[in-house]
Design a protein around this ligand. Structure first.
Ligand SMILES: *Cc1c(COP(=O)(O)O)cnc(C)c1O
Length: 423
């Protein structure tokens, strides 16, 4: 964004469109070009050597950085009230790099047990192979959280809105607890988006997103991002292994470590075309979120009143156990646009899905289109039944991501599909 001498403060809804390198050297184009080039030419040998040595900042090779990606990074750091961001090839790339940068063999971390399925598998199965232990807790129980923290703990992790648990943890209180124990708080903010909630303003140190979801908004491109608040003090005894990164980048030591040790070596690079598509999507984030919020509450109420729906799990409903917390954190703007609800059993769920005409049966969310999935038989199909039950995944459970179509049409599609099921 062009900045004059006068320091004007722009609102979120304006920054979401204009923030991020626009107008730098793009020959007047309003959208960032897709820099589709594996490497970048340097005029002199000294120039490239200085860039490698970190004496000057420039692009070298696409695995390390790309100008199109940089635009998206500037935009997302601003939208999440962070200092700096790195975009990656997927939400899972961001989650694995973001955690790995803090972990060494023998370390532990504490996480909410209400997690996205792949995150759960990464934490419980994959990290185990590297000698890393996750302590899964009921994050709503502060005593349980405190007692899981010990001298080996390196961070606390949670999702703003659990997917698909639909719980909303008290971020202010958890940030306070983490900091009292000298630990950073990492938050996956995918289901809220910074339009609804900005974790850094409530004490989080690192924010992670799958940009595949609301940011892109059209189910067109995969992507992930890590945003560093730049507020955490890495100078403690516990984090003395961060010293080289603190010496190099000061308050941005964590993101430097993510980039230098993990992102560029694991090669989790974002394709610039995906960044471009994500930026196109972001232009309409605020408008889409408004409609997502109003549609989801209406659909939740419609489902709740339906005789064939046994239960509805949505923090926007007044009797939800996290309703008050969600209302406080999200300032009454909404409650996300994903919800789960119960039918009779697995068979009724299959029939229901097959009867739908408008709503897509698909493993994605945060799309402008309304999407549905039966988690028990899909994302969690390889899990043991006892684990599924412990995670709150029930055979009669449907997960619905409410889109931005005419709400009446969404409810009619559900209503007609339910009408045709007998029980
Ligand atoms: C989808 C999702 C992810 C993973 O993102 P990908 O872009 O699919 O890798 C992580 N966390 C949450 C909450 C998600 O919904």
């Amino acid at each position: 964004m062009k900045r004059g001498n006068e320091k004007r403060e722009y609102h979120f809804d304006t920054r979401v469109i204009h923030e991020g390198g626009i107008g730098k050297s793009w020959q007047g184009s309003t959208l960032p070009p897709i820099f589709q080039s594996a490497g970048n030419i340097h005029e002199t040998a000294e120039n490239l050597s200085d860039t490698f040595a970190g004496k000057r900042s420039d692009h070298i090779y696409m695995r390390l950085s790309n100008p199109t990606n940089t635009c998206l990074e500037e935009k997302l750091a601003s939208l999440e009230s962070g200092k700096k961001a790195i975009v990656m090839s997927s939400g899972m790339a961001a989650i694995s790099n973001g955690c790995m940068a803090l972990l060494r063999e023998g370390d532990e971390f504490v996480s909410s047990k209400s997690l996205f399925m792949s995150t759960y598998l990464l934490f419980t199965n994959i990290f185990k192979k590297y000698g890393i232990t996750v302590r899964l807790v009921d994050i709503h129980d502060n005593e349980e959280l405190k007692s899981a923290i010990n001298e080996k703990s390196r961070f606390v992790y949670l999702e703003t809105i659990g997917n698909p648990g639909m719980d909303v943890p008290d971020v202010d209180r958890i940030a306070q607890t983490a900091h009292q124990h000298g630990l950073p708080l990492l938050i996956d903010n995918t289901l809220a988006s910074p339009w609804l909630f900005r974790p850094i303003e409530h004490g989080a140190d690192v924010v992670i997103h799958s940009t595949t979801k609301y940011f892109g908004g059209h189910g067109a491109a995969l992507g992930g991002v890590i945003i560093d608040a730049g507020n955490f003090d890495w100078n403690s005894e516990k984090f003395k292994d961060f010293k080289p990164f603190v010496d190099r980048k000061g308050e941005l030591a964590y993101l430097d470590r993510v980039w230098r040790e993990h992102h560029i070596n694991f090669g989790t690079t974002q394709a610039p075309f995906h960044s471009y598509l994500t930026m196109l999507g972001l232009d309409t984030l605020s408008l889409r979120m408004e409609r997502h919020m109003s549609n989801s509450i209406e659909v939740a109420r419609f489902l709740k009143a339906h005789p064939k729906v046994s239960w509805v799990n949505f923090p926007g409903l007044e009797d939800h156990q996290c309703h008050k917390t969600a209302k406080r954190l999200f300032g009454g703007k909404g409650f996300g646009s994903m919800l789960t609800f119960g039918l009779k059993d697995e068979k009724s769920c299959f029939k229901f899905i097959d009867n739908l005409e408008l709503i897509h049966n698909i493993a994605n969310l945060g799309d402008c289109k309304t999407l549905i999935i039966h988690p028990w038989s899909t994302q969690f199909v390889s899990f043991e039944e006892s684990v599924k039950k412990k995670l709150g995944i029930a055979p009669e459970m449907m997960r619905l991501s409410v889109g931005i179509e005419a709400c009446q049409d969404i409810c009619t599609d559900i209503s007609l599909a339910l009408e045709k099921i007998e029980w």
